[in-house]
Structure formats: C-alpha cells, structure tokens
Design a protein around this ligand. Structure first.
Ligand code: C2O
Ligand code: CU
Ligand code: CU
Length: 476
C-alpha cells in the first residue's frame, strides 16, 4: 500500500482495511505444510435403490467436524457431512433421483451445474429447502458424457453455503466415451480447486459483507491443502473443476509439459488440443490428459496457477514414484460433439454484466447487475422459445477490473466469437460458463431443449451472484 491520505472517515476505513488485508495475505493465519498431505479422491456415492430406469440417492446435508488442515478441526457444511461432497456418477439416459435432506441450520437449494434438468428440479434460487425438510430432485441425465458438479444455489447465500462445503462432482458417462482408450479407473481423477481462509481456531473465515468475491490464502484440491499425489509413468485423465467462489486460475505444469485438453464443461472436444497455459474461471471444467510416461522416476512436478505471483503459484505436486507400462492413449478424433449450425436468421439477445451505482441498499452504493437490473425471482427477463437456436451476446461491461464468468442453466452453448475473433482453441467445445475479463464479449449459439420453465443466468463469482448479478429467463 502506498500513500495514505487522512482526508476523511471513508479514506481511513479503506486504508485500515487494506492494511489488514495485505498483512493477512503475507502470512496465512495458520501454518500449513505444503506437498505433504496425500491427495484424497471424493468417494463415489452408492445409490440407495436401483431399478432398470432410475437410481435413487439419499443425501443428508449436515454440519460436521473435518480435519482439513493437519492438526486442526474445521466445522464444515457438507453433503453427507463431507467437504467436498461425494461424487455422483451416472449413466447418460439413466435417471437419478436425489432426495436431499437439510439438517443444517440454514436454508439450502441444490443445483446440478451443467445438468439438463426440468425447472422444478433445477434448483431455482427461491425453491428453498428449510432446515429439517427433504426435497426430491429428478435428473433425467438425457445428455452426453461430461463432468458436471452439484452445489448450493440458495438466494443471497450461495457463496457462504458453497464456501462451507456444499459442492461435489456429478459425472455423466456414456457409451461413446467409455469406448475410447482414454485413461480409466484410478487414472481418471477428479480435481476440484478451491481457495479458503481459516481462523486460528481452524474455523472457516467467511466475510458475509464481501461483495467483491471471497478469496482464501490456502489452496485446497479435493479438500486437501496443497496435496501431493503419487503417480506412475503413464497417462492420467484429470477432470479439473474450478470450485472457488471468486478465484480464477491459469493452469500450467512446472516442467513445461503441455496439458492435453480433451473436454470442456459439456464433454469431449472433437479433437484434443495441447496447451501450455489453460485458463479456468470459476465453475468452468477442463478435462486434460497429462502424460508422465517420459518423465524420469523421482521427478516432482507441480500443477501451477500462473495467474498468481510466483511464490503463490504452486497448487499441488505430482511425485512420479514408479514405472508402469501405459495402455491408454488419446485418439486424434475424440467425439462428434453434434454442434449446431448457424441459421440464416436468428434471434439475438444481449446480456451485459455490469457494476451499477444505486442507493437501493443504502451502502455500498454499487450493485452487480445484468442489463442494469438486479435479480428478481418474480421478473422474467426473457422468454426463449423451446427448440430454437438463438445467438446470445454475453459481455462484461467493466467498471471495476473484475472477471465475470457468465453461466447459463439448462443448455450448453457454443462460442461463436470471443471479442469478434474465433474462440480459443480449448473453448471449441460445449460450454455452460464463459469467462469474461473486463470489457470482453462472447457471442454464443444456444438452443434450449427438453424442458420449459424458469431458469437462471448469472455470474459465477458467487458473491456477485449473491449480490444480484443474476437474471431469470423462461423457456416457453
Ligand atoms: Cu453453478 Cu447457477 O450455477
Ligand atoms: Cu448451473
Ligand atoms: Cu461477476
């Protein structure tokens, strides 16, 4: 922090806040060992009942004590009392029925992010499940193989609910994908990246007034701080999810090897793309293959976030501990994504993510809006005809140097243009979230199928979302 002017009360408050923040950034409240704790893989949830057409799952949302930082106990809010929640693995075309019981002291809403879900099961922000209640969510899973996730979506408190633990993987498999020679079993590894801040007593520190977005100083992968993972000299498939409330990533390997991107939010790409730097905004997923087969045994390779200062880049470490032959491969042709073709005439809509000035809540004087409006669950901002292709212009109208990952429920989209140019190589697949830096714009082609009803579109900085950067649209 540079010069501090003692001009008035507001300046003083700002200056003091900045001081606290920079000190906290320099030294984490609790000292945590790095690259010492082994990576954990979230358990796959077993169905409680199985029939020919559907699997039923029972999930209890509860508070629990979990040792996240070695030697400390943290109270978390978790699906089945664990952070992150158990992984739900489903087959395309085979329905999942999830009975969610809320044993927490706050209301919750559960949403499958990237799911093609009927409106009454999609987790509309006001479809609250109160403490003690159970709600049944039905997921038809009529969609291609993809790495989705389920997380809380309660109006005004999504950020805190997710921060305290309410998030897990939801993985859809299909025959096409299973027939490919990609790494499988123990070599198919989900990784959720989350940052958190802890108090000295081990509790999670969440600032409910932090409308800019809450970031932490401790990096968790699958709920483990700066973990290490033992690997052998072969290929691995990593399903990487940015599950942070407000921290974007740019992923890279410390040995300079490429990340071979095979999939996006909505499943496999048509063909793999090797990249050295992979941006991953909040809620985005990237499926990558990493090939350790030419790496000498004994090597230690870091997964890095190159958006950070050098001393904060390392996220986790791969220790190459043993030699193993590799029968997996990455085919040059992965899948037919079934892309849409652009019709001669098409309806276009613009969704502008903005910071607006308003005295609606008194202080602070600015709010996050879409097309100048705050979220109102009773107001529909668009009526979109079922089955019709539309072009949506999603843009970050700036004022604040903030990244806004724009997310649309119900349908995946194709990015047609990013800032008037073709999309980035690794974005040429189905997406449900597009990262928009200050002033950026994405033109996407979208078509809603299967279900009518009310859905949401919002920024996936969860604190922006909670501060009303959300719209309701209706598929009619
Ligand atoms: Cu990841 Cu509206 O959600
Ligand atoms: Cu979603
Ligand atoms: Cu935002």
């Amino acid at each position: 922090m540079g010069v501090i002017a003692f001009g008035g009360a507001a300046t003083l408050v700002t200056a003091r806040f900045a001081l606290i923040r920079s000190r906290a950034e320099r030294e984490p409240a609790i000292r945590v060992p790095r690259f010492d704790v082994p990576l954990k893989i979230p358990a796959v949830l077993e169905p409680s009942r199985r029939t020919a057409t559907q699997d039923d799952y029972d999930i209890v949302q509860s508070e629990a004590d979990q040792e996240i930082l070695p030697g400390h106990v943290t109270k978390i809010w978790g699906y089945q009392g664990v952070f992150p929640g158990p992984t739900i693995r489903v087959r395309s075309g085979h329905a999942a029925v999830v009975h969610q019981t809320n044993r927490l002291s706050v209301h919750t809403v559960t949403h499958v992010h990237g799911g093609r879900t009927p409106a009454d099961s999609d987790g509309f922000a006001t479809d609250m499940v109160m403490p003690g209640e159970t709600r049944t969510y039905k997921y038809p899973n009529q969609q291609r193989a993809s790495t989705l996730w389920y997380h809380d979506h309660a109006m005004d408190r999504t950020g805190e609910n997710v921060y305290r633990g309410l998030a897990g993987f939801y993985i859809v498999e299909d025959d096409e994908e299973l027939s490919l020679p990609l790494p499988k079993g123990d070599c198919d590894v989900p990784l959720v990246l989350q940052d958190r801040r802890f108090n000295m007593d081990g509790s999670l520190m969440y600032d409910t007034f932090g409308h800019e977005g809450i970031q932490g100083d401790i990096m968790l992968v699958n709920g483990v701080p700066w973990p290490r993972m033992e690997v052998s000299t072969r290929k691995y498939r990593f399903r990487i999810l940015n599950g942070s409330n407000a921290r974007p990533f740019q992923l890279a390997l410390s040995n300079g090897d490429p990340l071979i991107v095979i999939g996006t939010d909505g499943g496999l790409l048509a063909e793999p793309v090797a990249v050295r730097n992979l941006p991953l905004a909040m809620a985005e997923r990237a499926e990558v293959v990493v090939d350790f087969s030419r790496v000498p045994v004994g090597s230690k390779i870091f997964l890095m976030n190159t958006r950070e200062r050098p001393e904060r880049q390392q996220l986790m470490r791969f220790d190459v501990t043993h030699r193993e032959s590799d029968n997996a491969s990455v085919p040059s042709r992965l899948s037919d994504p079934g892309f849409l073709s652009r019709p001669a005439s098409v309806n276009t809509r613009t969704w502008a993510l903005q910071r607006s000035f308003s005295m609606r809540h008194g202080l602070p004087p600015f709010v996050w809006t879409i097309n100048g409006k705050h979220f109102d669950p009773d107001r529909s901002d668009a009526k979109v005809p079922l089955g019709e292709i539309e072009l949506w212009r999603l843009r970050n109208e700036g004022a604040g140097q903030q990244l806004h990952p724009a997310h649309v429920h119900l349908a995946h989209f194709q990015i047609v243009e990013r800032n008037g140019k073709p999309p980035l190589a690794h974005e040429k697949g189905w997406k449900d979230t597009v990262a928009l830096e200050d002033g950026e714009e994405a033109l996407v082609m979208i078509r809603f199928e299967q279900f009518r009803g009310r859905y949401m579109l919002h920024c996936h900085n969860l604190e922006h979302e909670d501060h009303a950067m959300m719209s309701r649209f209706d598929v009619v």
